[in-house]
Design a protein around this ligand. Sequence first.
Ligand code: FES
Length: 108
Amino acid sequence: MPEITISNLFQKSLKTNEKDKPILKILHENSIDWMHACGGKGRCTTCKMIVEEGIKNISLESDFETKLRKLGALKSNERLACQCTLQGDIRVAVPEKSKLPHMQYSDD
Ligand code: FES
């Protein structure tokens, strides 16, 4: 079963078989609060994940992500959690700008 580990959320990890669901939705369904200012429409970038391991285990990028990447809003190791699905294990981190004030984050 694919596993998502969030390094700067105290190595929080969850396993899921939801291969057709956006990663953002999987996170929320597992009670992990993750910023999503545009409501998952691929427009705001606040749901950005820094992918530390397993970037090949994430679905192909959406048209929104391609557009944002061309504009320089997404680096090569960054994906939008609302725009992609999980195909294997990944390790991600929450970017500094997307940290929620009521959440506690670890250093890595
Ligand atoms: S929630 Fe806005 S781009 Fe993902």
